[in-house]
Design a protein around this ligand. Structure first.
Ligand code: LLP
Length: 419
């Protein structure tokens, strides 16, 4: 459910016509709905209310915009970060260091130091090597780093290969069979307080069985480790719950996910942590674009829009589907290819798709663009870095300015010896 709806024939974000935003900010532009973000944050929390002790860490990578983080901080969310850059954003949004979890296979020594300085709540260690390094850095500072061990359960999440993380040949976590001995060795290190296990098998998961299997395996591992006399008080089950991208898509929602988690974690006697990203931000945003022109094509016309793969990379990277809708639909339809202006064929949003009929100058949106949208944008072809807007009822504000190509050019230098 979201708050992007047609009213009197025009698409609105909450109470604001999208045409007003296009006129004042220009296109392309991401538009987020505060009401939708808040609702998704609350629905996810409520879905887990059967659990005794829950901690929610929003996956900043899905949408790191400062205003989005501020909103989630107000909803009581902490953050799951994968770089010092993301950590500083979460802190800037007012999230306490203690509520921040640091994930990722490549934490550098410098990032570990910065995180320790910020009083970070939990490091999710991805290898024994990383654990040893963090222990040494913490001990040298007279500190103790709180950590979990991320385990690779070798479970196929049945999602796109590029966003699957829990198979044994993925780079994430330590092998399931070796996890107990690694946990024991890390627990013995001064400088480390090992308090639990972490798992995350993939993103855009649309079938709960792989998660059920993975969480079951984690429960067994937890019991084995406790059996060795070691403490496990926190179990981090990651993120990954998928969202509908197409009208009519039916997939398990937060309530079913919560029920599955309650069943699989019964009797665990641990704080259960989650790192949701897309399920909160995905349907909370659209990418607003304008049709530059409609060009005749071999089989179908090409609708050339002013958004491109640099603004929304998902179709080019993962063949992802984003629904396309006209801001003022006439009721007529057309079969078309939707493409951006970038000079490569991967700059294609859709081929042979049945869409609202559009013509040059019309405004349209790509839906479900709130997650992994603006955050993956770049300036390829010397295009601007796409701006972001947040709507709240009748109000709206630019929450990230467009960075013009001239600003980027101004940061470049021709060396003297080339002048
Ligand atoms: N926790 C960890 C350790 C993760 O690696 C991820 C996502 C999440 C949580 C959040 O997952 P979510 O709830 O958002 O599914 N760029 C890709 C998605 C990459 C996801 C990477 N990890 C896309 O556009 O589909």
């Amino acid at each position: 459910m979201d708050h992007f709806e047609l009213r009197d024939g025009e698409l609105y974000a909450e109470n604001v016509p999208l045409s007003v935003i296009a006129e004042q900010v220009g296109t392309p532009v991401y538009v987020y709905s505060r009401a939708t973000l808040t609702r998704h944050a609350q629905v996810f929390r409520e879905a887990l209310s059967a659990l005794d002790s829950v901690r929610l860490a929003f996956a900043v990578k899905s949408n790191p915009n400062l205003a989005v983080l501020k909103l989630l901080a107000k909803e009581g969310y902490g953050a799951d970060v994968v770089s010092a850059g993301e950590m500083h954003r979460a802190l800037a949004a007012g999230m306490p260091g203690a509520d921040i979890v640091f994930s990722g296979v490549g934490k550098t020594a410098r990032e570990m130091r910065e995180a320790l300085d910020a009083g970070l709540g939990q490091f999710n260690l991805e290898s024994e090597e990383e654990g040893a390094e963090l222990a040494a850095i913490a001990a040298a500072q007279g500190k103790v780093a709180t950590a979990t061990l991320r385990v690779n359960p070798d479970v196929d999440a049945r999602t796109h290969a590029k966003i699957s993380t829990g198979k044994s040949d993925n780079k994430f976590g330590v092998a399931y069979d070796r996890a107990a001995e690694i946990y024991a060795r890390l627990s013995a290190l001064p400088g480390l307080n090992m308090r639990g296990l972490a798992v995350h098998i993939g993103s855009q998961i649309t079938d709960l069985d792989p998660s059920r299997l993975a969480f079951g395996k984690m429960g067994e591992l937890m019991r084995g480790i406790r059996g060795q006399g070691l403490s496990v008080t926190h179990m981090d089950l990651g993120g990954g719950l998928g969202v509908p991208y197409k009208v009519g898509d039916v997939l398990p929602g937060p309530a079913e996910y919560g029920k599955m988690v309650a069943e699989t974690t019964r009797g665990w006697d641990a704080t259960i942590m989650f790192e949701p990203g897309r399920v909160i931000t995905g349907n909370s945003g659209v990418l607003l674009t304008q049709v530059i022109r409609v060009k005749a094509g071999a089989a179908n016309p090409f609708v050339v829009v002013d958004a491109a793969m640099n603004d929304l990379a998902r179709p080019a990277m993962y063949d992802a589907w984003h629904d396309f809708a006209s801001v003022r639909p006439s009721g007529e339809r057309m079969i078309a290819n939707i493409v951006g202006p970038i000079c490569e064929s991967s700059d294609t949003f859709a081929m042979g798709r049945d869409i609202d009929a559009v013509a040059a100058g019309d405004l349209a949106v790509f839906r479900t663009a709130g997650a992994y949208g603006a955050t993956m944008a770049n300036t390829y072809n010397s295009r601007a870095l796409v701006p972001e807007v947040m709507v709240d009822g009748d109000k709206w504000a630019v929450v990230a300015q467009r960075i013009e190509p001239a600003t980027i050019l101004a940061a470049e230098r021709v060396p003297e010896w080339l002048a």
